[in-house]
Design a protein around this ligand. Structure first.
Ligand code: GTP
Length: 237
């Protein structure tokens, strides 16, 4: 699975003209077509506004990472991110500022995650980040890092910060579960809904004891997580 920035991953194997010919129209055409195919395949999986992977790629990547979990027994974490009161952002500051906030959030998702993580625009003002080979505790810490980055990074309009925040839900898929991708998304979305219900600008997660329902990250847990993990996960490759 490619990393977080959609790239042109076509191999550089330029066709060569037949022996004795320095120019060849057909080959020029093949090279041009290859370029177009690469551009189109990037467009098909990329969200135009933010440059993140789009929903189509998200679903394919989630299938692939869940399959990897079944083979390697390493869990996959899923973080759902939804900007708070985004309708109010649009209504108060205008649609263009709303778009600026979405672009800023996308940049933060890239900068707070590893290259192998898969940040996507799920739709509207909702984002999803797939964290391959990640357990619940680490997923919670990454979500908390994303939350803090959104809260503390100003989105300025006419010298004023619009005060953007987000609510997040974290769940994991382990090989022991028989979840479908839809069930995993639904569980993560339930956590996100709980974060909204409990006041927004917070992370809720599935519990370590699967017999229980969702839980919020408490202040103490937040401190313990950052002490335990330090702040270096975003530098990992
Ligand atoms: N600027 C902009 N706005 C968008 C885009 N996509 C969705 N929106 C807006 O996002 C807003 C989402 O509003 P709601 O679903 O009511 O949620 P909310 O206001 O964020 O409230 P909570 O999620 O409950 O905190 C709507 O006003 C949409 O028009 C986009 O691409 N650009």
């Amino acid at each position: 699975m490619s990393g977080q920035t959609p790239t042109n991953d076509t191999a550089d194997s330029s066709p060569i003209c037949p022996v004795g010919e320095s120019q060849c129209g057909v080959i020029d055409e093949v090279v041009a077509l290859r370029g177009e195919v690469a551009t189109l395949s990037e467009q098909v999986r990329t969200d135009t506004l933010t440059g993140l992977f789009n929903f189509r790629h998200f679903r394919q990547a989630l299938d692939q990472e869940m399959e990897r979990t079944r083979r390697t027994m390493q869990s996959t974490a899923l973080v759902m991110v939804d900007l708070d009161y985004f309708k109010k952002v649009n209504d108060s500051w205008g649609h263009e500022v709303g778009n600026q906030a979405l672009v800023s959030t996308a940049q933060l998702l890239r900068s707070t995650t590893r290259r192998l993580d898969i940040p996507c625009r799920y739709g509207g003002e909702e984002f999803a980040v797939i964290l391959p080979a990640t357990d619940l505790m680490t997923g919670i810490q990454v979500a908390e890092r994303i939350r803090a980055a959104i809260e503390t990074t100003p989105v300025m309009v006419n010298g004023e910060d619009i005060g953007l925040t987000a609510s997040l839900g974290v769940e994991i898929y382990s090989a022991l579960k028989e979840d479908t991708p839809e069930q995993l998304i639904e569980r993560a979305d339930r956590c996100l809904y709980k974060a909204k219900q409990q006041g927004r600008n917070q992370v809720c997660h599935g519990t370590f004891d699967m017999g229980q329902s969702e839980a919020a990250v408490s202040e103490e847990e937040r401190d313990a997580l950052s002490d335990f993990f330090g702040d270096d996960r975003a530098d990992e490759e």
